[in-house]
Design a protein around this ligand. Structure first.
Ligand code: ADP
Length: 402
C-alpha cells in the first residue's frame, strides 16, 4: 500500500481533500482531489483524478449521524480500497488563523492545538471547522503526523507599521493586529512569479485573490508587505457574503440603535452582506453577471466590487511606491474577464493597457506594452500545503536523526 499525503480543508458542512504522492519531484504530485459536501444534511462524497475524471461518487441519503468524523472515515476507507490501496502517511491542514504564534507551518501537538483553539473567536466562520479534523485524527489515529499550514503566516513578517491599528498600544500588545489572510494562495503565486516574468520576482506586484473570499496583497521581492484583510477575514474588499472594510460606527449603530446583539451583527456582516447583501440576489458573480442587464442591484453589487478592488489596489501601489505587475487569481480573478477589464481600465493612470483579446480568452498576460503588466495565474493553495508538509516532516526527521 503506498503512503500518501492528504491535504484537508475543513468547512462547516464540507471537507475538501487532495491526495498527493509525496515522492513527486520537485513538488509532491497530486493524484486525487475531492470533497464530502452536505455534511449534516445530505452527504455527497466525490473524488476526481488529476485529469478531472470522476472515480468515486457516493451519497448516503438519510444516514445520521454523518458529521466530519464519518466523512473522514469514508475518505480513509475509500483510500484503502482504491486501486492497490493508499495509506495515510501524513495529513496537512489548511488553517485560516495562526495568530502571532506561527509564521510558518508546524507539526501539530497538544500545545500547538491549544494555541490554535484560542484563535477561534478571530475567525469564527473558519477556524472551528479547520480544527475539527485535527481533533478527530488526533483521537482516532494519534500516530499519523499532522501539519498545520496557515493563511496568516505569509504576512507575519510584514513591516510592523503595516500590521498596526491605531488603537491603544495595550490592545496591540494583546494581539489585536492586522494579520492578513489568503497567505497560502499568495505564497503559491509568489513561488511561480519568475515562471511568468523574471522581473516580477524582484519587483512590486499586487496579487488580487478574488474568489468568494477576496483580498489583495502587495508583494515586494516576493514577500508580503501589506494586504487588505486585517484582524479577521471580514476586512478589506466586499466578498460573496462579507461586507469588507466598514466604518466601525456602523457596528455601534447596529448594536445601539437597531438593538441587535453581537451574534446578529456578526451574522449580517459575515453572511448577509457583500455581493449578496448589495444585490439582494446572490453571492455568486456568475449569477450577478447573468442578471446584471435587467437587475439594477446586481449591477450595483458588481460596480461596488470593482470600485473597491480598484481603490484597494491603488492603496497597495502607494505602499509599494509604484507597480510592476498585477496578478489576478481565484474564481473571479481567473474566470471573470469583465471584472478584470473593469479593474484594469480604472487603473490606466498606473500605466496598465488592457489587451482585450487576451483578457477575453483568459490568456496568461492580459495587458499590452512592456510594464507594468497584468497576468492571470491560477492559484494552488493545496500544493503549498503539500510542499510545507514535506518541509516540516523532513526537518523533523533530520532533527530526530541528529
Ligand atoms: P472560494 O473563496 O470559495 O474558494 P472561488 O475562488 O471558487 O471561491 O471563487 C468563487 C467565485 O468565483 C464566485 O463568485 C463565482 O461566481 C466566481 N466564478 C467562478 N467561475 C466564474 C466564471 N466563469 N465567471 C465569473 N465568475 C466566476
Amino acid at each position: 500500500m503506498s503512503s500518501v499525503f492528504v491535504v484537508l480543508n475543513g468547512g462547516s458542512s464540507s471537507l475538501k481533500f487532495q491526495i498527493f504522492d509525496p515522492a513527486g519531484s520537485p513538488d509532491p504530485k497530486i493524484i486525487y482531489r475531492g470533497m464530502v459536501e452536505g455534511i449534516g444534511t445530505s452527504p455527497h462524497f466525490i473524488v476526481k483524478d488529476c485529469d478531472g475524471t470522476v472515480v468515486a461518487d457516493m451519497t448516503w441519503e438519510g444516514r445520521m449521524p454523518f458529521g466530519h468524523e464519518e466523512a473522514l472515515v469514508e475518505l480513509v476507507g475509500w483510500m484503502q480500497a482504491h486501486r492497490g490501496g493508499y495509506k495515510l502517511g501524513a495529513v496537512g491542514h489548511r488553517i485560516v488563523h495562526g495568530g502571532r504564534f506561527f509564521d510558518g507551518p508546524v507539526l501539530v501537538d497538544e500545545t500547538v492545538l491549544e494555541k490554535l483553539e484560542t484563535l477561534k473567536p478571530l475567525a469564527p466562520l473558519h477556524q472551528p471547522h479547520n480544527l475539527e479534523p485535527i481533533h478527530i485524527l488526533s483521537r482516532r489515529a494519534p500516530d499519523i503526523p499532522q501539519v498545520a499550514c496557515f493563511d496568516t503566516a505569509f504576512h507575519r513578517n510584514q513591516p510592523e507599521i503595516a500590521q498596526l491599528f491605531a488603537i491603544p498600544h495595550e490592545m496591540t500588545e494583546a494581539g489585536v493586529l492586522r494579520y492578513g489572510f489568503h497567505g497560502l494562495s499568495y505564497s503559491y503565486i509568489s513561488s511561480v512569479l519568475a515562471d511568468y516574468d523574471s522581473r516580477l520576482k524582484t519587483g512590486r506586484v499586487v496579487v488580487a485573490h478574488l474568489g468568494n473570499g477576496a483580498s489583495v496583497c502587495a508583494l515586494k521581492n516576493g514577500k508580503s508587505i501589506a494586504t487588505s484583510m486585517g484582524f479577521s477575514a471580514i476586512d478589506g474588499l466586499p466578498m460573496g457574503t462579507r461586507c469588507g472594510a466598514l466604518d466601525v460606527g456602523v457596528v455601534f449603530y447596529m448594536l445601539r440603535d437597531m438593538k441587535l446583539n453581537a451574534d446578529e451583527v456578526e451574522k449580517i456582516l459575515y453572511t448577509k452582506s457583500g455581493l449578496l447583501g448589495v444585490s439582494g440576489l446572490s453571492s455568486d458573480m456568475r449569477t450577478l453577471r447573468s442578471q446584471a442587464s435587467s437587475n439594477r442591484n446586481a449591477q450595483r453589487a458588481i460596480d461596488l466590487f470593482v470600485y473597491r478592488v480598484t481603490r484597494e489596489i491603488g492603496s497597495l501601489i502607494a505602499a509599494l511606491g509604484g507597480i510592476d505587475g498585477i496578478v489576478f487569481t481565484a474564481g473571479i480573478g481567473e474566470n471573470d474577464a469583465a471584472t478584470r477589464a473593469a479593474i484594469l481600465e480604472d487603473l490606466t493612470w498606473a500605466g496598465f493597457t488592457l489587451d482585450d483579446t487576451a483578457n477575453s480568452s483568459h490568456a496568461t498576460r492580459i495587458t499590452t506594452g512592456s510594464a507594468p503588466g497584468a497576468w492571470i495565474i491560477p492559484t494552488n493553495e493545496e500544493l503549498v500545503v503539500a510542499r510545507q508538509m514535506s518541509q516540516v516532516l523532513s526537518a523533523t526527521a533530520r532533527r530526530l536523526a541528529s
